[in-house]
Design a protein around this ligand. Structure first.
Ligand SMILES: Nc1nc2c(c(=O)[nH]1)N[C@H]1C(S)=C(S)[C@@H](COP(=O)(O)OP(=O)(O)OC[C@H]3O[C@@H](n4cnc5c(=O)[nH]c(N)nc54)[C@H](O)[C@@H]3O)O[C@H]1N2
Ligand SMILES: Nc1nc2c(c(=O)[nH]1)N[C@H]1C(S)=C(S)[C@@H](COP(=O)(O)OP(=O)(O)OC[C@H]3O[C@@H](n4cnc5c(=O)[nH]c(N)nc54)[C@H](O)[C@@H]3O)O[C@H]1N2
Ligand SMILES: [Mo]
Length: 781
């Protein structure tokens, strides 16, 4: 099923589906445990569908191995001593999706107009296979037509020269290597812009903004080895099984040691409850290991209140200890020597009434005290978190609340403890490290100026939300994407899409066709690149690339498979081609030399960041990766006051609650997707089969609204800004989720998110709490 199953039309903010989908989504009573037979089955069927059965398995054996390639899916750490199969079901799916035998060729584009392709679903577009030739959009025929590489570079160079550099946005999606990313940011800055939004602006930017003032590092402090020493592990709003499944291995080890794992999540995520190792037959029979020892079904947006409760319980226990002269609960020595702001924070916690904390968090005092008890009994605690924390209005504060909790007992900067923001894309953290940032204070502009003898622009550039504003108001005239599916991933889709097509220039460097490619500007180019799994041959031979994982360890990666087509080029080659066609010659940058041997790019990265990348070329294949020095790991705090800082939250809630008829919509990832890449219509661990146009709802809410399973709904955003945002054709399914909280899938629900609904300070779209109203949609309506 290809055409017509995308219910979202471009011209209106009303996105209603006029008839029921052909297959009804279902929710099963007994969803799969994580891992298990389901994963084996899902893998073999996907190998067959992508026509890569035999070779596929051979390639998979090289995944995440020291001399192999680094997975293109998530950014979780890779161990020094890998398992024989150091990949998970979703990593394997991502690999197979990339090495597919299917091709999207010039012949394909000759057969379909771009307007027609816009009616295809996200799944159908990518499922069509890898892009093979550089293409140019031809407005007269409304088709993509082939173009030579030199011709494309020259034409894009001429366009960029004619545009004002500050009106051009250079987006990155988080997958491109450190080498390609470094070249890309240098090209943009030499051209004259700091407009480097990246997927991080929609993702862990709340971390990058929240952590520096409190611990002096924009990234987490844990290493993989800490998981072997932790005595208690927390999860706030991160769905490990689907999004970073290899993390289940260290978790399984922790469970075996009896380590409590405490989860705060509004949905009962099957994968956070049980894990079955498909490589262990006994486990398959026994039904697996439990993961969470305590599961707190916090209300959507209730984490600040829940964490204040946890801290309150810990501080009160310490107050009692002090009174009776028992051993202290707080790490008093650490707080005195290393922190600032404890008294104000403690007073804030003592002041809160349990009744308020219970009401806002949705978690009972008894449950919070139980979790606090586990925290107190452990001498080393790790706190993991993900999008359930960062994608909220007070996402930055929530991150800082997790830090508060850890600081109480000195759980940062000692073995087995620390803060662990679980990042998304496989090199999203690394791109930031090598200069992909719109924030100039994060970029060593002086070093770039000195190394390359040019004057970099000094004012901050546009982040994602601001880039969207610029597209809407016409001030952004050109857009280059190093990967990603920008128009589909951002909020306010129904306004963004038509505005996008008014831009002068759109250049998309990509592996597979997606919706953003089908929104042509006046001049539009689609440049196909090699994926990380392919052999990248340049003048001096096959090239390796590198990336940074979620724990700030750097890994080398070698392509293993023949390129999909002789016409695709590597990302460094494409970036260099664009740079040469756009910039006046500069004797300090030899783009051709860099492309001939990426080791020269790594030398340049080392010269720019000597502390972070010492002996880069020598160390890049260190088993387990080489860690960047993160001072907070050593309890050296690079904050303005040189201390780790407690902070007092501005708000106890992340919800905008205006009325009894308002629901908080969470937009979620399914097991069958990687962001906007939809592998299948199923969400196995949640038991949702056969469709993504669903709303998951508490049965009591369904009863109150007189809804039956399978009824069709319309969601409309409950904000009063003159823009009507609606999404219809959604099937309601009962689900174990707190009352007044509902869930739907990303990116389908993005039409409902106002552009201005984002985390204060970090501007991450608040995709996890969209206030909506629910109405019944009648058949045919
Ligand atoms: N297979 C697969 N892997 C992926 C991705 C993918 O799409 N598919 N995407 C990659 C990317 S870019 C990223 S950023 C990561 C994302 O990985 P995650 O951080 O896990 O992101 P989500 O799946 O969006 O949502 C996480 C969880 O937050 C919970 N949640 C929602 N609201 C709240 C709340 O208010 N409080 C709490 N405590 N929890 C809440 C949801 O129920 C959900 O379980 O995964 C990466 N890995
Ligand atoms: N409502 C809602 N919106 C969200 C989120 C949410 O939870 N809810 N999550 C947000 C998050 S966390 C993120 S990270 C963003 C993701 O936003 P993006 O990173 O922009 O989106 P992706 O879907 O990861 O991009 C997929 C495309 O990348 C291209 N691609 C794949 N591999 C490569 C490669 O090796 N090189 C190149 N050049 N291109 C490649 C393919 O063409 C593919 O179609 O979405 C955000 N949007
Ligand atoms: Mo992400």
């Amino acid at each position: 099923m290809r055409q017509g199953d995308d219910p979202f039309r471009i011209h209106s903010s009303r996105c209603l589906m006029s008839s029921r989908p052909r297959t009804e989504p279902e929710v099963e009573q007994k969803p799969d445990a994580a891992g298990g037979w389901g994963s084996v089955h899902a893998l073999t069927s996907i190998l067959a569908r992508e026509q890569v059965p035999a070779l596929g398995t051979e390639i998979l054996m090289k995944q995440n191995k020291t001399d192999g390639f680094m997975c293109v899916s998530c950014s979780w750490a890779k161990p020094a001593e890998p398992h024989a199969f150091e990949f998970c079901e979703n990593g394997a799916k991502a690999t197979i999706w990339e090495i597919t035998e299917k091709r999207t060729t010039p012949e394909f584009f000759a057969e379909h107009t771009v307007s027609e392709l816009r009616t295809w679903s996200d799944h159908a577009l990518e499922q069509n296979g890898r892009l093979t030739h550089p293409m140019r959009y031809d407005a007269a025929s409304d088709k993509y037509v082939p173009v030579g590489w030199d011709e494309a570079f020259a034409a894009i160079g001429a366009e960029l020269k004619a545009l004002e550099p500050r009106s051009v946005v250079m987006y990155s999606s988080g997958r491109a290597s450190l080498e390609a990313s470094y070249m890309y940011q240098l090209f943009g800055r030499m051209y004259g812009t700091n407009n480097f939004p990246d997927s991080s602006n929609m993702c862990h930017e709340s971390t990058s903004v929240g952590l520096p003032p409190v611990i002096g590092s924009p990234v987490g402090t844990v290493l993989l080895s800490d998981f072997d020493k932790a005595e208690c592990i927390f999860f706030f709003g991160q769905n490990t099984t689907t999004n970073s499944p290899r993390m289940l291995h260290p978790l399984q080890g922790a469970v075996k040691r009896g380590v409590p794992i405490i989860t705060f999540n509004p949905l009962r995520e099957r994968g956070l409850e049980r894990f079955v190792d498909p490589q262990s037959p006994t486990q398959m029979i026994a039904g697996g290991t439990r993961i969470s020892s305590q599961y707190c079904q916090v209300r959507v947006g209730g984490d600040i209140a829940a964490i204040v409760g946890l801290c309150k319980a810990v501080i009160e226990a310490d107050d009692v200890a002090k009174q009776i002269g028992g051993p202290r609960i707080l790490d008093v020595g650490f707080i005195e020597e290393h922190t600032h702001g404890f008294e104000a924070f403690a007073a804030c916690c003592r002041d809160q009434a349990w009744a308020d904390l219970e009401r806002i968090s949705g978690v009972s005092e008894a449950e919070i005290r139980r979790a606090a008890g586990a925290y107190i009994h452990a001498s080393a605690v790790i706190a993991n978190y993900g999008m359930g924390v960062t994608q909220h209005e007070y996402g930055v504060e929530t991150v800082q609340m997790i830090v508060n909790l850890l600081l109480l007992r000195g759980n940062i900067g000692k073995p087995g403890a620390g803060i662990s923001p679980v990042r998304g894309h496989s090199n999203v953290q690394g791109q930031r490290t090598v200069g992909i940032s719109e924030k100039t204070k994060l970029v060593p502009l002086d070093a770039l100026e000195e190394l390359y003898q040019f004057e970099p622009p000094r004012e901050d550039g546009l982040a994602t939300v601001d880039a969207c504003k610029g597209i809407l108001d016409g001030t952004v005239r050109g857009f280059i994407s190093l990967g990603g599916n920008f128009a589909r991933a951002v909020p306010e889709r129904s306004l963004i899409e038509p505005a996008w097509m008014k831009m002068r220039l759109s250049v998309q460097i990509a592996t597979k066709l997606n919706r953003t490619h089908l929104l042509p500007g006046e001049a539009t180019y689609l440049l196909p690149c090699l994926g990380r799994i392919e052999i990248d041959r340049q003048e001096t031979g096959p090239q390796a690339v590198s990336m940074e994982d979620s724990t700030a360890c750097i890994h080398g990666s070698r392509g293993q498979r023949e390129p999909v087509s002789e016409h695709v080029r590597s990302e460094p080659f494409i970036v260099a081609g664009l740079a040469k066609a756009t910039l006046p010659p500069n004797p300090s940058v030899d783009w051709d030399k860099w492309v001939s041997n990426y080791a020269f790019v790594r030398d340049a990265i080392e010269a720019t960041y000597p502390d972070q990348f010492k002996d880069f070329n020598k160390r890049m294949f260190t088993p387990g990766g080489f860690p960047r020095p993160i001072e907070a790991r050593e309890r050296v705090w690079k904050t303005p006051n040189g201390k780790a800082n407690f902070t007092v939250p501005e708000s106890l809630t992340n919800r905008r609650e205006q009325g009894a008829d308002i629901y908080q919509l969470v937009t979620l990832r399914a097991d069958g997707q990687f962001n906007t890449t939809v592998y299948s219509e199923d969400d196995r661990f949640r038991g949702v089969k056969g469709g993504r146009n669903v709303v998951l709802m508490n049965e009591k809410d369904m009863a109150r609204l007189a809804l039956k399973k399978g009824d069709m709904l319309i969601l409309s955003t409950a904000v009063d800004d003159g823009i009507r945002r609606e999404l219809g054709g959604l099937i309601v399914l009962p689900y174990d989720i707190p009352e007044k909280c509902i869930a739907g899938y990303y990116p389908e629900c993005n039409v409902l998110i106002p552009l201005w609904h984002f985390a204060k300070e970090s501007k991450v779209p608040a995709a996890k709490s969209v206030p909506v109203r629910v109405t019944v949609q009648h058949e045919g309506g």
